[in-house]
Design a protein. Structure first.
Lengths: 118, 542
């Protein structure tokens, strides 16, 4: 387990020691940052991939449904495709809002303390 | 057959008449970008300048450059052509290429910026044994980039032969060589700074050109999209089926499976493309990396929405015979559309054709520069500095190695590009995406998020994904046993799908898991703590 070899110097800043990193990683504050990130990003990733795969599968195996005309020459397939654009824009906006409100302040606090303290 | 031939000559004459204009516009772009390159080269002093453009680009600038790096000939020419010929099925590319950015945004861009310095290998090797993992990361970076490069080179050849009326082999090879020499100059002199500015200029030109054509198409239909689709369906001769899924991939169970395989590769490939990943190092911090992905999603999304107008516009206004005669895969539909919008025999038509062609050249040049930079960076930083010199190379030596690697990769690409000049462009790009998703993405995600992941897991997933993805393509109809294959006269295609993603991507993930649980070594818990804290907080990032 013990890493006796010093890590290759990756920074010209004064970097916290490995012990400090381990300490922070096990802290409640970091745990909350990790949870706040993962509980948002992971389910959302699964959701948008599922939503995209649904579109791919419907295109493949539900031709009649996708070909149904809604208005003029605009059919379900076209609307479905454009909806993929809309959801992509919305998810990007939503994640960025979450990150700015919930992740950045916590990350900033830990970073400042670790870089300034040691 | 004969109407097709007439159309070819028509298009060729049209093009050669205005060859002067096309060459002038192209030369202007080349001169302007060379100027930028020399200016950027003077400001490139240390390795952070060369690899990461000094990390001083703003989020918007980088978003623009990311877009310029991403919207390749396959996007601009390929998607417009695929929609023009296959209608709705061509649209899948646009959607997959865009949705893929969410993987980069949510899981990869920020942690990568926080914990790496110059290359994808920095993150993959962070808590592993450096030499084997960096060798693997460098190998897959170079393989993915070379496939992508070949596609762009072949695209350049196709474009030039059609637009400048150069049809001789010598002429095509000359163009491939010219593209190769330019990319060597851009990258070896300008480094990341020069490449970034070239990509920004190209993105502005491409978006500007696309907005212009989209506007002209919509104007013809009084901004009524339903009418545009209606006429596209009618003019294509396929009726309502043109607007429904299935024209290209709906034939049988195998082609449907191919569609799913392609769809998965597109959505998972982007976040594993080395030339895209290194762009996140050019901004000051992770927040700026996030913002640049948001800009890129906006710009790229807007662009792909306009490909609807481009593709269906071409289908509505040009006969299928003419599109196919000009290029069997539809790769020249967008320039042809420009010609038709301006008027086939008018000066305005000629100017539009020349403009769009020059934009397409700019597109190719900017993308090949990004690819060359990614592979030479990885060679110099991962393989030369950390494997061959075991981390003892000075910055100067590393940069010198990067410049030599650029020249070497340029020469290899010219040679392979000359051989590949008649190959199927789309197949090569889809392969690059599939390899990136199979070899790189699993390792990136495991490295960042899975505590137990070990060196053996990283090696198995990179090499396993790489070998299976490339191997399956080798035995697919892309390479042999199909009239459109690279070697149409032989048949060793026992794998029926053109895209390997549906097998190779799960395989890459599986090997990463298997390699880890079967490995005897313990994961380095301290290094993981360091990586995790750094990747989420940006501590120590520079």
């Amino acid at each position: 387990m013990a890493a006796e070899a010093p890590p290759p110097s990756t920074g010209q800043h004064k970097l916290p020691t490995p012990e400090e990193f381990t300490e922070v990683q096990e802290s409640a504050e970091f745990g909350e940052l990790r949870r706040s990130y993962r509980s948002f990003a992971f389910p959302l990733t699964i959701a948008f991939i599922a939503w995209y795969l649904l579109y791919v599968l419907l295109s493949n195996y539900a031709g009649g449904f996708m070909g149904a005309k809604l208005f003029g020459n605009i059919n379900v397939a076209f609307v479905f495709g454009v909806l993929q654009f809309v959801t992509t824009f919305l998810i990007a906006w939503w994640y960025s809002r979450h990150a700015a409100a919930k992740l950045d302040p916590k990350a900033e606090a830990i970073k400042t303390r670790m870089e300034g303290g040691a | 057959m004969s109407p097709a031939i007439t159309h070819v000559t028509l298009a060729a004459n049209e093009a050669s008449e205005h060859r002067g204009l096309i060459i002038t516009l192209f030369a202007l772009f080349v001169l302007a970008t060379l100027g930028i390159t020399v200016w950027a080269g003077r400001q490139t002093k240390d390795a952070a300048d060369f690899y990461a453009g000094g990390r001083q680009f703003s989020a918007f600038q980088n978003g623009l450059a990311v877009s310029g790096d991403y919207m390749s000939a396959a996007s601009f020419l390929g998607i417009a052509g695929a929609i023009a010929l296959f209608g709705y099925d061509g649209f899948l590319y646009s959607i997959g290429f865009l949705v893929a950015w969410l993987v980069a945004l949510l899981l990869v861009a920020e942690p990568l910026r926080n914990s790496g310095r110059y290359t994808m290998g920095d993150v993959l090797a962070y808590r592993m044994r450096q030499r084997p993992v960096r060798t693997a990361a460098g190998t897959s970076t170079i393989v993915v980039s070379i496939f992508y490069l070949l596609a762009q080179m072949a695209g350049a050849g196709v474009l030039v032969s059609l637009l400048l009326g150069i049809t001789s082999d010598a002429g095509k090879i000359l163009i491939v060589a010219l593209v190769g020499v330019l990319m060597i100059v851009y990258v070896s002199i300008g480094g990341m700074k020069g490449t970034t500015w070239v990509q920004m200029v190209k993105a502005v030109l491409l978006i500007g050109g696309t907005i212009l054509i989209t506007f002209l198409v919509l104007l013809k239909f009084n901004f009524n999209i339903s009418d545009l689709l209606g006429q596209a369906a009618e003019n294509s001769g396929k009726g309502a089926a043109f607007l429904e899924p299935g024209l290209q991939y709906g034939a049988n169970g195998t082609t449907k499976l191919d569609f799913i395989s392609l769809g998965i590769a597109l959505v998972l490939g982007t976040a594993g493309l080395p030339h895209i990943l290194i762009r996140f190092y050019t901004v000051p911090n992770a927040k700026a990396a996030r913002k640049s992905v948001n800009w890129a999603i906006g710009i790229i999304g807007g662009f792909y929405l306009m490909t609807i107008a481009l593709g269906f516009g071409a289908a509505a206004l040009i006969s299928q015979d003419e599109i196919i005669a000009s290029n069997p895969s539809g790769n020249t539909a967008a320039p042809l559309l420009a010609l038709h919008l301006g008027g086939v025999d008018s000066a305005w038509g000629a100017i539009l054709l020349a403009t769009i062609s020059a934009v397409a050249f700019a597109t190719i040049l900017a993308v090949v520069a990004g690819l060359t930079l990614a592979s030479s960076s990885s060679f110099a930083h991962d393989i030369y500095a950390n494997v061959i010199r075991k981390g003892k190379a000075t910055e100067k030596e590393e940069m010198r190695a990067a410049r030599w690697a650029t020249v070497l990769i340029g020469i290899v690409s010219i040679a392979l590009g000359a051989l590949a000049r008649d190959l199927n462009v789309a197949g090569l790009v889809a392969l690059a995406f599939a390899v990136a998703a199979s070899a790189n993405l699993p390792t990136i995600l495991y490295s960042l998020f899975w505590k137990r992941f070990t060196t053996q897991g990283a090696l198995w997933s990179i090499y396993g994904g790489l070998i299976v993805a490339v191997g399956l393509v080798l035995f697919s109809p892309v390479v042999s046993g199909d009239p459109k294959a690279m070697f149409p006269d032989v048949d060793f295609a026992w794998f029926p799908l053109k895209n390997p993603g549906i097998i190779s991507i799960p395989f890459g993930f599986l090997m990463g898991w298997l390699g880890t649980v079967l490995s005897k070594e313990e994961p380095d818990a301290k290094k993981f703590a360091e990586l995790e804290v750094r990747s989420l907080t940006g501590t120590g990032a520079h």
